[in-house]
Each structure stands twice: as structure tokens, then as C-alpha cells.
Design a protein around this ligand. Structure first.
Ligand SMILES: NC(=O)c1ccc[n+]([C@@H]2O[C@H](COP(=O)([O-])OP(=O)(O)OC[C@H]3O[C@@H](n4cnc5c(N)ncnc54)[C@H](O)[C@@H]3O)[C@@H](O)[C@H]2O)c1
Length: 250
């Protein structure tokens, strides 16, 4: 898919590391100009510098997805520096472990605010710019935990399930405007998020429970996000792309 994002401008949240960073690298390799937002300022600046060093066009900004003013500034930056905004990847997310009774109200509110409110705010603030660009694509990162339950994290499951339906709602609302909206549902992926909460032993155990016998890599999710973001997916909206090595097929 060489150069399939040529001429496109993309805003990726949570781009400092993990899947967001993999998406940023792949999008630039495919010709996109990227605005990279994260609360990890040093890391996201370093990534933008790396991409510029390879001849790409990348701008890093501090973007806390729970903050409306940050979103407005991010979208303005995309239009000011790169002339338009065509693609939004709502990738930023956090995970707090805990079932229904052992989740604190503070953790519940925090997870909802980043994973769900952040995704809604991103669409709300970006859609007018994508409309000005003429057409575009929004990819919301949900999870297999937005499709199935587990005892792992009540708040996380609740947000990822909500992102799935928020995506379909936006897809229906904006379909006639040529703004496509889809969700991606990764299985367990080898990123800092997983490193922080699961031991190597637990990670290996999850790999064993996966039909393909392993956890996924961030680059494998980035390929799916690229497809949905690109014109190759021109008649695809409101769908959910599961990338999980067969985990939810069992
Ligand atoms: N890793 C997995 O197994 C897995 C599985 C399914 C879905 N996901 C989802 O994929 C997405 C990417 O996760 P990852 O695995 O790369 O995790 P990660 O923790 O490695 O990266 C997430 C990024 O989001 C950023 N972030 C957190 N809060 C933010 C905020 N308020 N504003 C802006 N940025 C913020 C972090 O700083 C980090 O750079 C998340 O939405 C996550 O829920 C991950």
C-alpha cells in the first residue's frame, strides 16, 4: 500500500508510544502529514523529531484528550501547519484493573474521561475541520474488551463497549458527508500499557489462550488502522475491525 495516505493530514492521539507511535510511523511512511498528540510531551516530541529526520512531516503537541481547549488547539495546528485535517485516530487510552466492587470512583471517572469522553470530544472538535477538508476518516480504538466481558476491568470494558456504539452513531450521522467512522478492536498487544499491568507470565498465558499462540505487536494494529483511514476503505463505515489473533473467534 505504498503512499496510500499521500496528501492526507492525520491527527493521532496517544502517539508517544505503543500503538499510537506505530501508527504514526506507518502513516508517515505512507505519505501522510501527521499531528501527534500526547500528555507524554518529551516522548511525543522525540518521535516527531525521529519522523522529520526520516524526511516525514510531523508535528508534536501536548494534547490531553480530556481537555476541550487542547483539542481545539490541536485541530487548529493541523489546519495551520498542514492546511487541512482528513484523518483522526482516537487512540489514547488508559487501563485500570479492577472489577465492579474494587474499582474506586476516582479510577472509574478517570478511565471514562480519557477513553470515552476523550473519544467523543475528539470527534466533536475534529469533524468541522474534516468537513472543511471535503471528506475524511475517523478511527476509534476500542478493544476486544469492548466486545466481550472479563473480570479484569469494569471501567475499561464499559468505555470500550461505549466507544463501539459511539462509533456506529457517528458513522450514521456523518455518512452523507463522506466522513467515515470505524472502530478497531485489538486483542492483547505488546505495548507499555500491557507491560505496566501484566507480568511476563500473565502475558505469555494470554498468548497461549490466543488461537495464533501469541500476543500481537503494535505494528499489526497499525496496518488495520491504516486500511480504515485510507481511501481503500471508501465504502466502509460503522464497522468494527477485530485484530486479535482469533481470540474472540473461540
Ligand atoms: N495494548 C493492548 O493490549 C490493547 C488492547 C486493546 C486496546 N488497546 C487500546 O489501544 C490504545 C493504545 O494503547 P497502547 O496499548 O498503545 O497503550 P500505551 O499505554 O502504550 O499508549 C497509550 C498512550 O496514550 C497516552 N495517553 C494516556 N492518557 C492520555 C490523555 N489523557 N491524553 C492524551 N494521551 C493520553 C499515553 O501517554 C500513551 O502514550 C488504547 O486506546 C488502548 O486502550 C490496547
Amino acid at each position: 500500500m505504498t503512499g496510500c495516505l499521500q496528501g492526507k493530514v492525520a491527527l493521532i492521539t496517544g502517539a508517544a508510544r505503543g500503538q499510537g507511535a506505530a501508527e504514526a510511523r506507518l502513516f508517515v511512511a505512507e505519505g501522510a502529514k501527521v499531528v501527534l498528540g500526547d500528555v507524554l510531551e518529551d516522548q511525543v516530541m522525540a518521535l516527531a523529531e525521529e519522523l522529520r529526520g526520516r524526511g516525514g512531516e510531523a508535528l508534536a503537541i501536548r494534547l490531553d484528550v480530556t481537555n476541550e481547549a487542547d483539542w481545539t488547539a490541536a485541530v487548529e495546528s493541523a489546519e495551520k501547519h498542514f492546511g487541512a485535517l482528513h484523518i483522526l485516530v482516537n487512540n489514547a487510552g488508559i487501563l485500570r484493573l479492577g472489577g465492579i466492587e474494587d474499582t474506586s470512583l476516582e479510577d472509574w471517572d478517570k478511565v471514562l474521561s480519557v477513553n470515552l469522553t476523550g473519544t467523543w470530544l475528539g470527534m466533536k472538535i475534529s469533524v468541522p475541520a474534516i468537513r472543511r477538508a471535503g471528506s475524511g476518516s475517523i478511527v476509534n480504538i476500542s478493544s476486544i474488551y469492548g466486545l466481550i466481558g472479563s473480570g479484569a476491568s469494569a471501567a475499561y470494558h464499559a468505555t470500550k463497549g461505549a466507544v463501539r456504539l459511539l462509533t456506529k452513531t457517528a458513522a450514521v450521522q456523518y455518512a452523507r458527508e463522506e466522513i467515515r467512522v470505524n472502530s478497531v478492536h485489538p486483542g492483547i498487544i505488546d505495548t507499555p500499557m500491557v507491560e505496566e499491568v501484566f507480568s511476563d507470565e500473565v502475558k505469555a498465558g494470554i498468548g497461549m489462550m490466543t488461537p495464533m499462540g501469541r500476543v500481537g505487536q503494535p505494528e499489526e494494529i497499525a496496518q488495520g488502522v491504516l486500511f480504515l483511514a485510507s481511501d481503500a476503505a471508501s465504502f466502509i463505515t460503522g464497522t468494527e475491525l477485530v485484530i486479535d489473533g482469533g481470540y474472540t473467534a473461540q
